[in-house]
Every structure is written in C-alpha cells, then in structure tokens.
Design a protein around this ligand. Structure first.
Ligand code: FES
Length: 157
C-alpha cells in the first residue's frame, strides 16, 4: 500500500494532538467495523468560528493522518464550513489515499461533525451536520471501494 509523502508526514508528525480541557464542543466516534476510535475537541470564537481544535485517534495510520489534516483545515473555519468538510476533500488535501483507506477519513470528518453539533446543542441551537455515517450500526466502511478485499489485510497501517 502506497501512501503519499503528505500522508506519511501527518502520520509521523500529527498536528493538534491532544484534548482541550475546557472544550466548547466534543465529538467522539468509532468505526463499528474496524473498532478504531477518535475524539475531537473544539473551542469556538464569536459563536461561529473554530479557533482551536485537538484530536486523539486510536486507529490506523490513515485515520491518524486524516484526523491531523482535518484539524488543520478546520482551524479558523465557520462551524458550517467545518461540518461540511468531506472525506474526498480530506483525501485531496493529503495528495490522495489508497482506495482501501478512503473509509478511514470518515472517522475524522464524522468526529468534527459531532463536535460542531455538540457545541450547537449546548447553546440551544439546531445541529447542522446531518448524517453521521459511523453512528449507523450497518455502516460499511468498505462500501465505496472498487475491489473487495480482506479487511484485516487492508486495514493494516
Ligand atoms: S479507520 Fe479503521 S482501518 Fe482505518
């Protein structure tokens, strides 16, 4: 499996790792199939902009790299723009992901969506994120792959 230099950079030197103690919003999600988990904490400025964000990911290399790039993308964004970050956008920012690892980016985008909605709900506002794929017990992380593969083998690193 070939990762881009940028994926390897974010895997080896992940940005914004940790937990914000007095976070305004918290998102915790798990991939029901591979068991990987992530937590995103955010601080929100003026009710609409993410001014700080940190993550903790227990997962494969692609999950860590995608979590890292998502925090870089989201910092300074409005809540709506952050919640709209797609897994394709994440993959593009990383110079591409192997098809068998595309699903891993859902963990990071879903974690961010949950954190945004957590902030909005705590402030009596309507959630904006819509569908959270990883919360669906029938979510198949490999559904959009071209070739069926052995899950254990494909999910290494
Ligand atoms: S997120 Fe589970 S294998 Fe990548």
């Amino acid at each position: 499996m070939l990762y881009s230099d940028k994926v390897m950079d974010h895997f080896n030197n992940p940005r914004n790792v940790g937990v914000i103690d007095d976070a305004d919003g918290i998102g915790e999600v798990g991939n029901p199939v591979c068991g990987d988990m992530m937590k995103i904490t955010i601080k929100v400025d003026d009710g609409d902009h993410i001014n700080d964000i940190k993550f903790q990911t227990l997962g494969c290399g692609a999950a860590i790299a995608t979590s890292s790039i998502v925090t870089e993308l989201a910092k300074g964004m409005t809540l709506a723009d952050a919640a709209a970050i797609s897994k394709q956008q994440v993959a593009d920012e990383l110079g591409g992901l192997p098809p068998a690892k595309m699903h891993c980016s859902v963990l990071a985008t879903d974690g961010l969506k949950v954190a945004v909605d957590d902030y909005l709900k705590k402030h009596g506002r309507e959630p904006i994120s819509g569908e959270i794929k990883t919360s669906d017990p029938n979510f198949d992380p490999h559904a959009d792959e071209d070739e069926p593969h052995d899950h254990d083998e494909a999910c290494e690193l």
